[in-house]
Design a protein around this ligand. Structure first.
Ligand code: GTP
Ligand code: MG
Length: 421
């Protein structure tokens, strides 16, 4: 929006459809860009898609297409254009000189949304750093195209703060933010160590943005996390304890959603948040089964997970939003240990998901047999607290427990262990 806030900024969306890509990819990607622009408070008033092997080296689209865009922008009284790929400084400058309107790209829009959404100190610092790094690299050569952004989308910092555009001050701020974030990450590391000590396995919810991760988090844990029909409703990570039907404990973490062409500057800035994913024992991949674009989105999630070196973790795929679907034709997701059809909204399939989680939790644990004399009430209490008891019996000497336990419990009760496998 313009800072006057009474008129929405109007944009022409521009994409290059790489030859060989399925026809629909560019149009689905533009649908998503449309959604992103709306989320940022703007409005799209036209679309131009040029079929070409690669974006034009200096102008993104060919010169003829740019003339067409110029006409369209004039006719639609557009404030600017948004290109579906990240633009280099040179391309942005050349396009800006040619079109003389605001030149944006997908990354700037995503960064703008994140800037508006960031709530925690860490989230705000992460977004500001990503924005500064993006802008800093584009200020070389005078930054004429950046300064032509004027106000509105692409120029707002977290909390509507005006973004710094002086190179020296930006550099200083980048260094400060790097240090601040390292501090916050260290503090979070301490909290994580405490959690690890508790021995409770950690499961992360991952998936495309708006797939229903936070709704599922609420359904499984009663957490009360904000879930909205918006892109990037969740930015930071929230962790809650859950218990499966049969009493297995786990910590469930809700994280930021993924999207195609997720800006590199954001992935880097969000590294600390995404670390929660990289350190978890298992992943629940939440998929919006009502999305037309489901297969491509799943690919994007798997590519992102691969980039985070997380593909070897056990994965449960949840085809969410199955309510309202007449057919549920889903086969097993080949990359997942198990696949569940569910609706976080109606609760359908939650028992199946709970079973699937339990199965994986049991794999992260060892089966052990403890014999504990009646005299050690504390050890008996520890078994009840931290083990999944399969069976228990007593004789005149004490209690025998057949359990699943994690490494911490196994260590603590070692002297009573009869066998483990
Ligand atoms: N019909 C239907 N809608 C759902 C279901 N689960 C979630 N939704 C809706 O989908 C929208 C997005 O849900 P969220 O839980 O915020 O999605 P998210 O994956 O956390 O999204 P981000 O945090 O933005 O990445 C909300 O409007 C939810 O009400 C479901 O099972 N069925
Ligand atoms: Mg969410």
């Amino acid at each position: 929006m313009f800072d006057t806030a009474d008129r929405k900024e109007r944009f022409i969306l521009v994409a290059v459809d790489k030859a060989g890509d399925p026809e629909t990819e560019a149009s689905l990607s533009l649908d998503e860009l449309d959604e992103l622009v709306k989320t940022a408070g703007g409005e799209s008033v036209g679309r131009v898609c040029q079929k070409r092997e690669k974006p034009h080296p200096s102008l993104y689209v060919g010169k003829g297409k740019l003339e067409e865009i110029k006409e369209l922008a004039k006719r639609e009284n557009a404030d600017g254009i948004v290109c579906d790929d990240e633009l280099s400084n040179a391309r942005r400058r050349a396009m800006s000189e040619f079109l003389n309107v605001k030149i944006m790209d997908r990354t700037l829009v995503i960064l703008d949304i994140f800037a508006k959404r960031a709530e925690t100190a860490e989230g705000k610092a992460q977004v500001e750093l990503a924005q500064l790094k993006y802008n800093y690299s584009r200020l070389e050569g005078g930054g004429a195209a950046m300064s032509r952004l004027g106000g509105g989308i692409g120029t707002r910092g977290p909390g509507e703060k005006k973004l710094e555009t002086d190179r020296r001050l930006m550099k200083e701020r980048i260094l400060d933010l790097d240090a601040e974030l390292a501090d916050m990450a260290a503090r979070r590391g301490v909290m994580r160590k405490q959690r690890e000590k508790s021995g409770i396995p950690v499961i992360s919810l991952v998936g495309y943005t708006n797939a229903g991760k936070s709704t599922l988090m609420n359904a499984l844990s009663g957490a009360g996390v904000a879930a909205e029909d918006k892109l990037f409703a969740t930015l930071g990570a929230t962790t809650r304890e859950i218990k499966t039907k049969n009493g297995c404990l786990a910590l469930l973490t809700d994280t930021v959603g993924f999207i195609r062409k997720l800006p590199h500057s954001l992935i880097k800035a969000f590294h600390a948040t995404l670390e929660e994913v990289t350190l978890s024992d298992a992943l629940v991949h939440v998929v919006d089964a009502q999305s037309q674009d489901m297969d491509r989105r799943m690919e994007v999630v798997y590519d992102t997970l691969e980039g985070l070196s997380c593909l070897s973790k056990p994965i449960i795929t949840v085809f969410n939003k199955c309510d309202g679907l007449v057919e549920k034709p889903f086969s097993q997701d080949a990359l997942a240990r198990s696949t569940v059809c569910a609706s976080a909204l109606t609760g359908e399939g939650m028992d199946d998901l709970s079973d699937a989680i339990e199965l994986i939790l049991r794999e992260t644990r060892t089966r052990a047999m403890f014999f504990i004399p009646f005299s050690d009430g504390n050890a008996v209490a520890a078994v009840y607290k931290s083990c999944d008891i399969i069976s228990e019996e007593s004789d005149e000497n004490g209690w025998s427990f057949d359990v699943y336990c994690d490494a911490a419990a196994k260590g603590a009760l070692k002297k009573y262990m009869r066998y483990a496998r």
